[in-house]
Design a protein around this ligand. Structure first.
Ligand SMILES: C[S@@+](CC[C@H](N)C(=O)[O-])C[C@H]1O[C@@H](n2cnc3c(N)ncnc32)[C@H](O)[C@@H]1O
Length: 180
């Protein structure tokens, strides 16, 4: 009798632990550092501009944007472990004034202040985020997507970068200027 109750409950618990939550849009795979630098270079990120990295992982894009490009950088990250790791890094480098991590779902963030948005998600995840980019981003804002294109958008530039014996592709998009 106990077996009939405990076993199904145990199976359900194991299954729940293995199934990623529905709002996890990409695994925690960091961009190699030289790819990060190229992403910010092709975005033409300028000092004083505001960058959002959606799914900011360990915070490497934020730290690089602040240290090497003089930008103000916001990360949005759903994993508490990754948020903790990036906050430790930001504090160690004394970048609290220029880097902030928002713990939460990247699909729920207001992007109206962004000059540049970086993403390293999946093509299907980009489909979900595209309406928000179109809703919030100002004319002239740039979006750089690592390895996965944004379906339905035409890139202004496509760059290849090599890291760890693999080619990485960067898709650069520019929000159209408002019609006069
Ligand atoms: C492939 S990693 C990219 C990390 C970093 N942007 C980089 O390029 O090194 C994707 C990140 O997105 C995060 N993520 C997945 N779904 C998310 C969501 N709905 N909201 C916020 N972050 C999410 C993951 O936890 C992971 O850290």
């Amino acid at each position: 009798m106990a077996c009939r109750i405990i076993l199904p409950a145990l199976c359900a618990a194991i299954l729940a632990a293995q199934t990623p939550p529905a709002n996890r849009l990409a695994p925690p795979v960091p961009s190699p550092q030289n790819v990060v630098e190229k992403m910010l270079e092709v975005a033409n990120l300028k000092p004083g501009e505001t960058l959002y990295d959606l799914g900011s992982g360990d915070g490497r894009v934020l730290v690089t944007a602040a240290q090497q490009f003089g930008a103000k950088a916001f990360g949005v990250e759903i994993s508490p472990e990754q948020v903790h790791a990036s906050n430790v890094k930001i504090r160690r480098l004394k970048l609290e004034e220029s880097c902030k991590v928002i713990e939460g779902d990247l699909l729920k963030v207001d992007l109206s202040q962004a000059d540049v948005v970086t993403i390293y998600l999946l093509t299907a995840s980009n489909d979900l985020i595209r309406p928000n980019l179109e809703k919030y981003l100002k004319p002239g804002a740039r979006v750089v997507s690592h390895d996965y294109p944004i379906r339905g958008w035409q890139p202004s530039r496509v760059e290849k970068v090599e890291a760890f014996k693999r080619h990485h592709t960067l898709y650069v998009y520019e929000m159209p200027q408002a019609k006069k």
